[in-house]
Write a protein of this length. Structure first.
Ligand SMILES: Nc1ncnc2c1ncn2[C@@H]1O[C@H](COP(=O)(O)OP(=O)(O)OP(=O)(O)O)[C@@H](O)[C@H]1O
Ligand SMILES: [Mg+2]
Lengths: 357, 271
């Protein structure tokens, strides 16, 4: 049974009249890699800063190991942060940067020396002790920022888009490095990103946020395969989100065509949102599928072709390794368990999101 | 390339007329006697007891003024860094306004305020504090220097402090440092460039001023600036005046080089 480490209880935070976090609740367990995922401005950094102690919530509590730390300043929390822009001390050598936290807590020189060496080894930068910060590449600075945080053996490491400034290849490399580090150190990671791929690759638990509220929380598989609402479906991966009518249990009408699905309990003839992932649409010759249409767009994007198919008055995004040229008539089919049915949003902002989609 | 040189030529002329030629003139007068013969005597004149005494007093008063300016400007910079945008602009404005007024007028204002029946003493009198003679003492001169040169300390320090990366400071707190530790280990070292330019811009004019000491010292406070001024205007000994100026220049260049050693990053603040 996982042990609870941090609990955010009914946190609200506003800047002026901009309500950034709205009654936010989150539990983080020991040794968990949890990712806050959401579009720019949704309050991810603010959440992290509240955990780190750099921001005080207007209401609500931060509980750390059963203790209320809402009013505890950052320098008294057993939590360390890796900042988005690294925030290394430019006037210190790498060694001094990493040793900063240990020196402040008055550790012995021998201990500090050992620890710095160990930390540099962990991040694959052995022998860099005397180098200047500005002589390092972005990726290397990132690693030093990691090393500087982890030498203090925090219970929790907060990471605010730590890979945001790196190029794709380096980012992927660092993703594996981070997972390795986490497993080696056994500390809890709270990770912020707006890159859904990064979130799905690295996390044990993904928290999808929008407008200061949690839209969905779950394992990467759950988030991807069973999005709870149109926002999550749209934000995680590519998807087709269409209006549908739930005719009865396990039968849905999409763009005038009846499809079989696996969902039940929506009632009869109820309007719903339907999510179909582009890779789940199977194209074939006309008449062979359920709904006929025409390919209006086709690009090769590496592993597969990305096509747009006009069918039933909707432009469907389809990904397939088999190419159908533009203009060709095709027929679409979807396996019943790849059709995801969702309730229509109720609140006003959720409606706004659905319209955006 | 050629065109760029052409564009620069007006500035070249300005530098020539405004800097190089006067420098050469000072060099010429400073290293010759009345008859035009080469001599080091004007430079060595700094070692005359009167001149040494004036130099010593100048150094002390300039150093004291610089320290006072720093002690005012640095905390002010720290406060401004943390205050809201509107307040920030207002406070900076308050400190800058005096700079828009003529320097002589400002000093003269202090003269009338500090004099025997001036505002200052009336106020003291009103509060029941016995009469203190500030006018024509080194205190008055220091007061004038601080008042006149404070903005030159405030601006570069404010500039470097407000441009300092917030996340670096947060990182220091994050790693467990107390407020004092953050100030001494991170904020202070990172603001050295601003401090250096502030110190330079207060110390140098304080060291060489003769107007402030004339107006607020009442001729009793003889700074090296006053002695040089008198050589030019009263005694009409241009050679000696230029010689002493040269010594001061060398002196300042050496102390700047010394200060610059602290400014490792080499990036000066504003101005
Ligand atoms: N100190 C502040 N003062 C005023 N508004 C702020 C402050 N910090 C954040 N905000 C506002 O709060 C909202 C959420 O900001 P936050 O930084 O948490 O977003 P984010 O999810 O981290 O976005 P991003 O992905 O762009 O980093 C934004 O609208 C932002 O403008
Ligand atoms: Mg952010």
């Amino acid at each position: 049974m996982a042990k609870e480490l941090i609990r955010l209880e009914n946190i609200s935070k506003a800047f002026g009249d901009n309500l950034v976090l709205d009654n936010f609740n989150l539990t983080v367990n020991e040794n968990e890699f949890i990712t806050l995922l959401g579009p720019s401005g949704c309050g991810k950094t603010t959440t992290l800063r509240i955990v780190g102690g750099f921001e005080t919530p207007d209401s609500g509590k931060v509980i750390f190991e059963g203790r209320d730390i809402t009013q505890v300043p950052p320098n008294k929390r057993h939590i360390n942060t890796v900042f988005q822009k690294y925030a290394l001390f430019p006037h210190m050598s790498i060694e001094e940067n990493i040793a900063f936290g240990l020196k402040v807590s008055k550790k012995s020189d021998a201990y500090i020396k050992d620890k710095v060496k160990y930390a540099l080894k962990l991040v694959n930068l052995e022998g860099y002790e005397k180098r200047k910060i500005d002589s390092l590449s972005g990726g290397q600075q990132q690693r030093i920022a990691m090393a500087r945080a982890i030498v203090n053996e925090p219970k929790v490491l907060l990471l605010d888009e730590p890979l945001g400034a790196l190029d794709l290849k380096l980012r992927q490399e660092m993703q594996y490095e981070l997972i390795r580090l986490k497993n080696e150190l056994g500390i809890t990671f709270i990770y912020v990103t707006h890159d859904q791929e990064e979130a799905l690759t690295m996390s044990d638990k993904v928290v999808v946020m929008n407008d200061g509220r949690i839209q969905q929380m779950g394992s990467p598989e759950e988030i991807y395969n069973e999005p709870e609402n149109a926002f999550v479906a749209d934000f995680i991966g590519d998807s087709n989100i269409v209006d549908g009518i739930m005719v009865q249990d396990r039968v849905v009408k999409i763009c005038g065509t009846i499809f079989d699905c696996v969902d039940e309990g929506f009632g009869k003839n109820k309007p719903v949102d339907v999510v179909i992932r582009p890779e789940d649409i199977i194209l074939s010759k006309p008449g062979k599928g359920i709904m006929d249409g025409e390919v209006i767009h086709n690009v090769f994007i590496g592993v597969h072709y990305e096509m747009e198919v006009l069918a039933g008055g909707f432009e469907w995004l389809v990904q397939s390794t088999k190419s159908f040229p533009v203009g060709s008539k095709v027929s679409m089919r979807v396996d019943p368990d790849n059709i995801q049915i969702m309730h229509k949003p109720k609140s006003h902002d959720e409606e706004a999101i659905a319209l955006d989609v | 390339m050629y065109k760029r040189k052409l564009l620069a030529s007006p500035f070249m002329v300005m530098i020539l007329i405004g800097t190089i030629i006067p420098l050469c003139a000072i060099g010429y007068y400073g290293l010759t006697d009345e008859l035009g013969g080469f001599t080091f005597e004007n430079l060595l004149a700094i070692f005359e007891p009167d001149h040494l005494k004036a130099l010593e007093l100048s150094l002390i008063l300039a150093a004291v003024s610089t320290i006072i300016c720093f002690l005012i400007a640095y905390p002010l910079g720290l406060i401004l860094r943390d205050s809201k945008l509107g307040e920030k602009g207002f406070i900076i404005f308050i400190f800058i306004i005096p700079m828009w007024m003529n320097f002589l007028l400002r000093t003269m204002a202090w003269q009338t305020m500090l004099e025997r029946n001036g505002l200052f003493n009336s106020l003291m009198d009103f509060m029941g504090i016995p009469f203190v003679e500030i006018m024509n003492t080194p205190y008055a001169v220091v007061l004038g220097m601080v008042y006149d040169f404070l903005p030159f300390m405030v601006l570069p320090i404010y500039n470097v402090l407000s441009k300092m990366d917030k996340s670096v400071i947060e990182a220091a707190y994050d790693l467990g440092a107390s407020k004092l530790k953050v100030l001494s280990k991170v904020i202070l070292p990172l603001s050295v460039p601003g401090i250096v330019s502030g110190v330079t811009m207060v110390f140098v004019p304080s060291l060489t001023t003769f107007v402030i000491s004339n107006m607020l010292g009442g001729g009793k406070i003889n700074l090296i600036g006053n002695i040089i001024e008198q050589e030019f205007t009263v005694t009409n000994n241009w050679n000696l005046g230029a010689g002493l100026s040269l010594v001061m220049m060398i002196f300042i260049v050496i102390s700047m080089a010394f200060i610059a050693k602290f400014d490792k990053n080499g990036e000066g603040g504003l101005l």
